[in-house]
Design a binder for this molecule. Structure first.
Ligand SMILES: [Zn+2]
Ligand SMILES: [Zn+2]
Length: 423
């Protein structure tokens, strides 16, 4: 039997890994400029965290989690999303102690047992931020602008930012009743899942992808018309703030996001050429979550963005420029190989990227290997070189050669760095 990777997982191979690292570096760079600090939480947590945090009725919790019992009989779950673990860590480590506003970001794998489809993996990667402690709409604006800036700096054009407000506990309660009343006499036409949503959380019907449901939801009352005074003001300030920054957006009153914890601002960024259901990122305000997870009432706002889909959108411009060796040490015979092992360690410590032969190959096939690896230089060492202390340093592209003292590590390094054999 051939061992295979688990369905919905992916190997990130050399060549592709460099693209991931460049993306991660860009994310860290922008996060640093916005003064968000990185946090790393465990990849598994007690299941209860997500049941409470993500929400008992969400698709994630009811259908998609990798949940298992450990040897002590505890129910654990691989993180399906980043927000509940970050809030748990915030509370457990008392991160709000020093400053009433804590700005955190993460880059991490997440796990959901979804039906595999294009661009949807069961282990996928997200980066995200959580700004915990400020009720001000201005921090919503900062979070959205940070989100947009990362895409812009990656050179991604044609993005669409969708924005909505889903109100607070107060205004949503009355709206929910209104929506439920609207849907009550149409319940028969809703899909089975939406009928279930109808009793628990009718707002979720906006997320349904079934044509029949979509048609009904098109005519449904929207929450924007029922926002309380404070929610209305909050939303207005967010919109003004984004306009001030020249960030264009579209208000979509049907945008509700599939998670239970959002309050007021919700947003999504759609990538160019991606279907409407394939948001690059989503986020919003969640003023009740910290309290629900056992903290004192603390407002917060954040987003999570998928990395696989983002990489799909990015141009394949650069092709791992830094992956070629500076020098290939060609050794002929065991004595020469022994010397090369000593030399290569010194050259590597001096900062060069070096490779040598470990297969006992002939001169010709070692040269071929040096070419295949696209090494900049080769240094040939055989019996004669061992005796004389001199060896030929060959620039692979031009074929030019130069005699060097092979024990002169510094000299070899400066020749290679100077890139010119004749200098
Ligand atoms: Zn409200
Ligand atoms: Zn439905």
């Amino acid at each position: 039997m051939k061992l295979k990777r688990v369905k919905g997982t992916k190997d990130i191979l050399p060549g592709e890994v460099e693209r991931w690292r460049r993306l991660e570096e860009k994310i860290r760079e922008v996060m640093a400029r916005y003064n968000y600090r990185e946090i790393r939480t465990p990849i598994f947590e007690f299941t209860e965290l997500f049941a409470k945090g993500t929400g008992q009725d969400t698709d994630i919790v009811t259908k998609e989690m990798y949940t298992f019992l450990d040897k002590g009989g505890r129910s654990l779950t691989l993180s399906p999303e980043g927000t509940p673990p970050v809030i748990r860590a915030y509370l457990e480590n008392n991160l709000g102690r020093r400053s009433p506003l804590k700005k955190l970001f993460y880059i991490a794998p997440m796990f959901r047992q979804e039906n595999p489809q294009a661009g949807r993996l069961r282990q996928f990667h997200q980066y995200g931020v959580e700004a915990i402690g400020s009720p001000q709409p201005q921090i919503d604006v900062e979070v959205i602008s940070l989100c947009v800036d990362i895409y812009q700096e990656l050179g991604l054009d044609g993005l669409e930012l969708k924005l909505n407000s889903i109100g607070c506990r107060d205004c949503r309660a009355s709206y929910r009743t209104k929506l439920r009343n609207y849907l009550a006499d149409k319940a028969d036409e809703l899909c089975a899942e939406c009928q279930r949503r109808l009793t628990r959380n009718p707002l979720r019907c906006f997320d349904c992808k079934k044509e029949g449901c979509k048609l009904i939801m098109k005519e449904a009352p929207v929450i924007l018309d029922d926002l309380c005074e404070r929610c209305r003001e909050h939303f207005q300030t967010v919109k003004e703030g984004l306009s001030d920054l020249g960030i264009s957006f579209k208000v979509d009153p049907t945008l509700v996001r599939g998670l239970d914890y959002y309050t007021r601002t919700v947003f999504e960024v759609l990538g160019p050429g991606l279907g409407a259901q394939d948001a690059l990122c989503g986020g919003g305000r969640y003023d009740d979550l910290v309290e629900e997870l056992g903290g004192v009432p603390t407002p917060a706002v954040g987003f999570a963005a998928g990395m696989e889909r983002l990489l799909l959108c990015l141009n394949e411009k650069e092709n791992s420029p830094n992956s070629r060796p500076d020098l290939f040490l060609i050794s002929l015979g065991l004595q020469a190989q022994r010397l090369c092992l000593r030399l290569i360690r010194k050259l590597r410590k001096a900062g060069l990227r070096c490779e040598m032969d470990f297969l006992g190959r002939s001169l010709k096939s070692q040269l071929r290997e040096a070419n295949r690896e696209r090494a900049s230089f080769a240094l040939v060492i055989g019996d004669r070189e061992l005796e004389t202390g001199e060896a030929n340093l060959k620039e692979m592209e031009s074929g030019q050669e130069l005699k060097v003292n092979w024990a002169d590590i510094e000299g070899i390094c400066s020749r290679i760095r100077g890139k010119d054999v004749n200098s």
